[in-house]
Design a protein around this ligand. Sequence first.
Ligand code: UDP
Ligand code: MG
Length: 329
Amino acid sequence: MAKISLVIPCHNEEAAIPVFLSAVTPIMDGTGLDYEMVFVDDGSRDATVATIIGFSNQYPNIRLVELSRNFGKEAAMTAGFSYATGDAIIPMDADLQDPPELIPAMITKWQEGFRVVHAVRRSRATDSWVKRNTAMAFYGLMEGITDVKIPANCGDYRLMDRAVVNAILSFPERNRFMKGIMAAAGFKATQVEYDRPERAAGETKFNFWKLWNFALDGITGFSTVPLRMWTYLGAIVAFWSFVFAGWIVAKTMIWGVVTPGYATVTSVVLFLGGVQLIGIGVLGEYIGRIFAETKRRPMFVVGALHGFGNRGVAPVIPIDQAAASRGGY
Ligand code: UDP
Ligand code: MG
């Protein structure tokens, strides 16, 4: 019988876990398939671990991968994938913002032969104005400057065949921008649509700064356009500086030397100084990530495993080869 693995990264989700379990288990039982719920505790400081372990008698399908500290959602998901044993794997948020009611429809599509079933949001009505618009700008930009096709209005919620997850785990990079990696894996995909509800319990673990770094991880991980654009920008500036130089020579020959262009010089110098610093900053973003990649640190460290039985479960990829994230969301 086919087995489904839910992978649920949790960071301070003690309030959400009970609601999650009581909503998800009847649906999973209803599928008639074998299943497991692989919770990944991402360094919670509340009672998340105790809550999950406390429920494991009542819900024998619970597995728990306890990370040794907070590694960020992307690394936590990767950890979950590497311990999941299902034929299909579904990453889900713990807060029920990824409605479990979609799972049967996703499984049906999977059984029809699709390797990936994206859960796509019909609208972003439950997002704030700022989040809606920054997300739109981000996905628009990613569409323009990367080769991977990241589906719009799609979170991490999706069903993936074992083959897809194995492909994802074979990606060696430490920068785990999972939306990009999942898109880069490819495979025949389809989608189901849904309306994203508000968080069931607890509060969001995201803040502006985390999201900004998340966006930078996405861009630098999947595009070199920010690096290469400086060549063209430099060429444009150089071209106009020649034109400007020509104009000054002509002006001097016709009218002679007039009062020195103090304002012009200052603004040109400041402008170019700013442009150069931005260019260096962009280089820094990439070099910092090259640094993180070359250290080849593990992308997550497992503190403890629960519910895998005595045998324990070797991850699909050995942990010391797994990729590291900088711990960003
Ligand atoms: N999460 C995590 N590690 C983190 C931050 C978040 O594992 O460092 C988990 C969190 O527990 C939740 C999921 O990632 O299950 C999505 O987080 P959240 O709901 O706070 O994000 P939002 O829906 O507000 O974007
Ligand atoms: Mg949420």
